[in-house]
Ligand binder design. Structure first.
Ligand SMILES: [Zn+2]
Ligand SMILES: [Zn+2]
Length: 244
């Protein structure tokens, strides 16, 4: 059987209502519907230091017909945001356990930070995550990236061109010893991204429905899965990531 190589449009950085800073209507069901309306083929729901809405999201993605990568946006000890993409929910949950063990153990203050809502596939509230997800883990950047790889995941430095919680804002440079798989940019690709010799991707970092798909990356792949995505980031066999 011949392979069907084609371009897949992806937004790999979307927050759900579990993230304290995201709007409450960012439920998995509404996110996926909005992503389909925006003609996206692949999405990743990545909440801050948690993935408790992925169970609902993974179930819905299969039914609604979109490829969804289990993900998290994890804060390193240096407060660098790292987007972690996984192959399976099980891998994401394994990483979540490691992240939870390294969070400061403080309670969320919903009035100050916002609610952290866990929902099911029908937009029903299952509960509220009481951990302070807005904090940082105890893992320095290199150990965090290695831990993500240990669960078979991809580690992408989030919004490197932003002035907060990025590897550039926190460290001032992209450390050569940290094995990122790609660098996420919000705007034009800066020279230091090209010099790093890593693939650049662009995603929305949506915290509200209307931003989903507003920034995206097109991937030339043989299929919508993590392994193909990893190959595209390494430009293997003609696969590639393209940001317009
Ligand atoms: Zn971030
Ligand atoms: Zn984010």
């Amino acid at each position: 059987m011949g392979k069907t190589r084609k371009f897949f449009t992806a937004d790999l950085h979307i927050h759900s209502c579990l993230s304290p800073c995201a709007e409450l209507d960012m439920t998995p069901k509404r996110i996926i519907q909005r992503a389909l309306d925006a003609e996206l083929d692949i999405i990743a729901i990545a909440d801050h230091n948690s993935c408790e809405n992925l169970d609902a999201a993974v179930g819905l993605a299969g039914k609604m017909g979109i490829a969804l990568l289990p993900a998290m946006e994890i804060a390193s000890a240096e407060e660098v945001h790292v987007l972690a993409l996984f192959d399976t929910l099980q891998a994401a949950l394994g990483m979540q356990e490691r992240v939870y063990a390294g969070l400061p153990g403080m309670e969320n203050d919903p009035v100050f930070w916002g609610e952290q809502v866990v929902v099911n596939g029908e937009d029903e509230v299952l509960g509220f995550n009481s951990r302070l997800l807005a904090g940082a883990t105890d893992m320095p950047l290199n150990r965090l990236v290695d831990a993500i790889h240990g669960f078979g995941g991809l580690a992408i430095a989030s919004h490197v061109d932003r002035e907060s919680f990025s590897v550039i804002s926190q460290l001032g440079f992209i450390p050569a010893g940290v094995r990122f798989d790609a660098l996420e940019v919000s705007g034009p690709v800066p020279p230091y991204v090209e010099e790093a010799g890593l693939a650049a991707v662009r995603s929305s970092d949506a915290h509200r429905l209307e931003d989903i798909g507003g920034k995206k990356t097109r991937f030339l792949l043989d299929g919508a899965n993590l392994r193909e995505l990893a190959s595209a980031l390494r430009a293997e066999g003609g696969r590639k990531a393209v940001i317009d």
